[in-house]
Write a protein that binds this ligand. Structure first.
Ligand SMILES: C[S@@+](CC[C@H](N)C(=O)[O-])C[C@H]1O[C@@H](n2cnc3c(N)ncnc32)[C@H](O)[C@@H]1O
Length: 360
């Protein structure tokens, strides 16, 4: 029997229906049974694969992006190189290897990782093999100039959902079906205030439409914006979702590289939702920084020189390695793969010029 499911069912029986954000927070982050707490979910043997796990080229280009931004910042002698939700640490390993072309950058970098999973902190230490300071939240980051990377971090943060009915927007709650005793969705009987729905475009959606908000993501983007405005630096956010806010239900569960019912087996599947880049950008600007993009991941990587890097890796390589490089290039950039749905957005201190890779 799934202990986390029992815990959630007991909670609902005593306290009443819980928000989707509470459910998602428990399913992913419960200290003992949460999805990320006990496992390494990446790769062919896991549940999903991310861009840094597809190819070293992804982390390498981001490492060079950081080196360029560090020069733009005046090459500070001490700065924080920070990653949010680093997974296995693969992106950081590839980024630091590529950054060796600038030894002063590597020596000045103090590594700070924001990671709540104990299991993944161990993976990160084993792969990165440098002095690392971990934090549970961005609020704990030190007051230093910063370069901050977040790849597929924001999609893992808890969302709330609302549905439009004939008498306004009602929150979608998670409850226990009295007949089947399974978890199910139910609308809160009391409508929320109209201003809880993020944008005018969504508020105009017809009856039955779903709206999503990510209070945790917006809070983090505002904190990053405030940090960069106060201490200097830049951030790169890469994730999947629309450039402009739009209605729709994007809540999904993935297990073993396939979709499954997100309420069926909490703690055993990855739960995610699309990132609303319009909201995230606004939160970052409210924090005090400037934003670039979002651009599609394909365009961003090509403008950073992915084609040249793929050519270099293929040169003189045996045919199977050449094939692997070509396949990775395709997965990262093709519109029907990760090239279009995935977006890249930068935050920067107002004194910094346009971020590399965002020229249009
Ligand atoms: C989908 S994985 C992405 C991993 C990595 N960035 C990559 O691209 O391979 C999400 C990462 O965010 C971490 N994470 C999820 N929720 C978090 C939270 N609220 N605070 C900090 N880390 C979190 C997970 O433990 C995991 O490392």
């Amino acid at each position: 029997m799934n202990e986390l499911l029992q815990h959630i069912q007991a909670m609902i029986r005593t306290q009443g229906p819980i928000s989707l954000a509470t459910y998602m927070g428990l399913a992913l982050g419960h200290p003992k049974h949460g999805y990320y707490q006990s496992r390494d979910p990446f790769g062919a043997a896991g549940d999903f694969i991310t861009a840094p796990e597809i190819s070293q080229m992804f982390g390498e280009l981001i490492g060079l992006w950081c080196v360029q931004r560090w020069h733009d910042m005046g090459s500070p002698r001490a700065f924080m190189l920070c990653e949010l939700g680093p997974g296995r640490g693969t992106l950081m390993v590839d980024a630091l290897r590529a950054a060796r072309i600038a030894p002063d950058f590597v020596n000045a970098a103090q590594l700070h990782l924001v990671e709540t999973s104990r299991a993944l902190r161990e993976c990160q230490q084993a792969s990165i093999r440098r002095i690392i300071t971990w934090h549970d939240t961005v609020a704990d980051l030190p007051a230093l100039p910063a370069l901050i990377i977040a790849n597929e971090f924001f999609d893992a943060l808890p969302i709330r959902q609302f549905q439009r009915t004939s008498n306004g927007w009602h929150e979608r709650m998670v409850t226990v079906d009295p007949v089947t005793e399974q978890l199910c969705f139910a609308l809160s009987p009391v409508p929320v205030r109209e201003d809880q729905i993020p944008s005018a475009a969504i508020r105009a959606a017809p009856e039955g439409a779903i709206a999503e908000t990510c209070p945790a993501g917006q809070g983090i983007a505002a904190s990053l914006g405030a940090h960069l405005a106060a201490h200097g630096g830049a951030a790169l956010i890469i994730d999947y979702g629309p450039a402009m806010s739009a209605p729709g239900d994007s809540f999904q569960a993935v297990r073993g590289h396939g979709y499954c019912d997100p309420l069926q087996n909490p703690g055993f599947a990855d739960l995610t939702a699309h990132v609303d880049f319009q909201c995230l950008a606004q939160a970052g600007r409210d924090g005090g920084c400037h934003t670039d993009g979002p651009l599609s991941q394909g365009q961003f990587l090509l403008q950073l020189g992915l084609g040249a890097r793929a050519g270099r890796l293929s040169q003189n390589a045996p045919p199977d390695e050449q094939e692997a490089v070509t396949s990775a290039f395709h997965r990262l950039t093709a519109p029907h793969e990760m090239g279009k749905l995935f977006k890249v957005m930068a935050l920067r201190h107002p004194d910094l010029s346009l971020s590399p890779g965002f020229e249009v």
